[in-house]
Design a protein around this ligand. Sequence first.
Ligand code: ASP
Length: 439
Amino acid sequence: MKVAKFGGSSLADAKQFQKALDIIRADKERIFVVPSAPGKRFSGDIKVTDLLYRCYDEAVGGGDALATLSQIRSRYEEIIEGLALGDFSLDDDFREIEEHIKTSPEKDYLASRGEYLNGRIMSEALDYAFVDARDVIFFDERGLLDAAKTKKHMQEKLLKVGNAVIPGFYGQDVEGRIKTFARGGSDITGAIVAGACGVDIYENWTDVSGFMIADPTIVKDPARIETITYRELRELSYMGASVLHEESIFPVMREGIPINIRNTNAPADPGTWIVESTGQKPKYTITGIAGIRGFCAIDIMKNMMNTEIGFGRRVLQAFEESGLSFEHMPTGVDTMTIVVREKDFVAKEQQVIAAIHRLTDPDTIEIETDLALIAIVGRGMKRESGTAGRAFSALADAGVNIRMIDQGSSELNIIVGVEDADYERTIRALYGAFVGTPR
Ligand code: ASP
């Protein structure tokens, strides 16, 4: 059994939709299909979900929501006509949505219609059952996924019908209202269906042939990642690689189901496999490189800091009091550095500094801004000696000054902090060192 989730660009118009249908029909194991809403057809186009949010804003803010709705409707009509679906129409659905807009517009309900309507078309075209996500995905009082209830309902409904289309992105809250996940949340729906039904593979169809080792806007034609573990992917997405929706890893990770990222426009490409663990030797020492700009480091100095029990706790308390989470904490004998995201820190800067003074009585505090963090991630690093040396000499050769180094004890990543201006140079140098010269 496979779950096949299709992203917005894979279903943006009739032509793309047809490709998705051909892919599903080509493998009878693709029994559960999770569609997104129609995405962009060309650069500058507007996603249906964005039009739906606009529709909501207009409905509550006094704009012409019905005009926007008819723009949305024409997107679906083009798909229905292009797929030659005969008498099939979404008239009743649009009447219901119009009524909703006129009476009591709800943001999540409206946003969810993009997936809902695509699901209706998909189920008609494939002759698969339509299972509304509101009947199988449930949120609890806190607005978090109610995993147990969801699993129970999914198993009852989906395993019984055999083939089904389940629209992505939404479910039902405790009051019976539609609630959506965060943007990009159809990935989560696909993962939940895969995890709950215990399928063999979760296929995630998109418009690229998998993940690249580094950002293609920085490194020209980077190599593809063939296989990556869940843990490595977590590290990379935390460090800024925009891949799958973060939360979509957990439902499948728990069940050990592999995710296969595939390209709707190049279905023969093997894509990238995301797995729990693998005996396959990675092709390169590192699996991927990712980075984020905009960090700052707060250096706290105090002589004999090392003898003060609880010093570290009190420093962190100063950040906690301001509701700030920290990313890294390199230390020296008499110094401690806390690395935080600049955008969160600036507004609370003086409050935090005052709290550090009050709680720890330091000799000096210095703030360094414009720090970029870059991570090299890879399960292969553990077994190999010299990885750090290779990275650092590549950076030295490229004239990059390293301002911070952090290696996790899992040896899954090495993080370097550099000047913001050196960000791209650092990524290119690391790529060159590890991928430009294969082992
Ligand atoms: N349609 C939603 C969005 O644009 C969810 C998704 O595509 O995954 O965010």
